[in-house]
Write a protein that binds this ligand. Structure first.
Ligand SMILES: [Mg+2]
Length: 423
């Protein structure tokens, strides 16, 4: 049986989320800024066309922002996390197996899946369904391996004529695309490896695909060998198996039976939180965003539906299970509603950085950070729950002075006070 995967990736995700609730900025240039309004993390096409680069510090583009009337937003994790879980819930109804790869990307395993119509039709159906159910635009790439779907998705984004859907199952098509695509675009090939490859004359994806495997192993690593095999159509990365560490780590599961008991659902949250924290430490990373969701069955005609998620922003990044666990259970408390039959829950960690490169916030003492007690102090600084604030030991921080979020949009979907008003 031949393998078949799809990668669904939301376009300019944070910007698309902001646009959902603000149609008046549909065609305006928009940028979304990272923590503390530091640098650009998402751009609308109009902003890209104005020459604004990814990750550029906000203060460097102040004059451009003014001149072109660019709309600026602070990262609204509660909103993005919630829209993300809606996208994923929609995708689950369209494919037998799914891996949430990042906040705005999912791999689908379509091997052995009987399609009605062509692959391209199926891709269009995914696009249309997500657009109808959630409202955000996505690109879809389909191919025999995950590495090739990444490439297909790259083409779907880069070439407007594709309409955002690329079926890369044909080997001849694969070859043509690989020939014109720089090797930097290959999934799992980092900047350093790309430079090294170019030095030995490997500039295009096709040249990498044709590289001798022994040579690749000697000069690089087993991961490079697997990547080359994937480019040639052999599956080396199954779902939940990837050549690079993720931008988000997610653990979620559909329950075997519907759950109505709060303690029971809370236990699943605790288990997932412990597991994602473990994986995070395994990657040598720390996180500063924790997201929790719970929901009933999506398409049950009998049960009333309920779905909610909440997000906490940690001002000091951590991989400490106790902190992540506490944040997750507090978030759970904030979204729990009695009287529903729950079908699924999940915990997601995001906003990673290297454990050794943790930037302490302005008011943290480095000496306390190394000790466990120091880590506990971070607990007090968790903020921004989807439904109001999260804090511990009854201690509410007096003011949110530690996070600068001057351009924050309302938590439209997760806070009652922020529900959009239609006139
Ligand atoms: Mg994306």
């Amino acid at each position: 049986m031949s393998s078949l995967f799809a990668l669904v990736d939301c376009n300019n995700f944070y910007v698309s989320c902001e646009r959902l609730f603000n149609p008046s900025i549909k065609n305006s240039p928009i940028v979304v800024l990272s923590n503390n309004d530091g640098c650009v993390v998402s751009r609308s096409q109009e902003a890209k066309d104005l020459g604004i680069k990814m990750a550029v510090p906000a203060f460097l583009i102040e004059s451009v922002i003014k001149k072109h009337n660019i709309h600026v937003y602070s990262s609204n994790y509660a909103l993005y996390g919630d829209i993300s879980s809606r996208v994923m819930a929609t995708l689950e109804t369209l494919a037998p197996e799914l891996e949430v790869y990042s906040i705005d990307e999912a791999f689908l395993n379509l091997s052995g899946f009987t399609l009605m119509g062509s692959l391209a039709d199926y891709g269009k159906k995914i696009q249309k369904t997500v657009r109808q159910h959630v409202g955000v635009p996505v690109c879809v790439g389909m191919a025999p391996t995950k590495t090739l779907t990444k490439l297909a998705n790259y083409a779907a984004k880069k070439y407007a004529a594709t309409g955002g859907v690329v079926d890369l199952s044909d080997p001849e098509r694969q070859r043509k695309l690989m020939e014109i695509t720089p090797v930097d675009e290959v999934w799992g090939v980092g900047r350093k490896s790309a430079e090294k490859l170019k030095k030995i004359g490997i500039k295009t994806v096709l040249q990498l695909a044709q590289m001798d495997l022994d040579r690749a192993h000697k000069r690089f690593s087993i991961l490079m060998v697997k990547t080359i095999e994937e480019l040639n159509g052999t599956v080396r990365f199954d779902l939940e198996d990837n050549p690079v560490s993720k931008k988000q780590i997610m653990c979620s599961r559909s329950f075997a039976e519907r759950m109505t008991d709060k303690e029971q659902v809370r236990e699943t949250i605790c288990e997932f939180a412990a597991r994602v924290a473990e994986r995070l430490r395994g990657d040598g990373q720390v996180c500063s965003v924790v997201n929790v969701f719970i929901r009933t069955g999506v398409f049950s005609s009998v049960d009333p539906q309920y779905s909610n998620s909440a997000t906490a922003k940690l001002s000091v990044p951590t991989s400490d299970t106790r902190i992540i666990l506490k944040a997750a259970t507090d978030l759970f408390e904030s979204i729990w509603k009695d009287g529903h039959r729950y079908a699924k829950s999940g915990v997601m960690l995001g906003d990673f950085c290297d454990k050794d490169k943790v930037q302490l916030d302005l008011f943290s003492q480095p000496s306390t950070q190394s000790a466990n007690e120091g880590l506990m102090s971070a607990i007090d600084q968790i903020n921004e729950g989807g439904r109001g604030k999260v804090w511990f030991g009854g201690q509410r921080p007096k003011e949110d002075w530690f996070m600068r979020r001057a351009h924050l949009s309302p938590a439209y979907t997760t806070r009652w006070e922020d529900l959009p008003v239609v006139n």
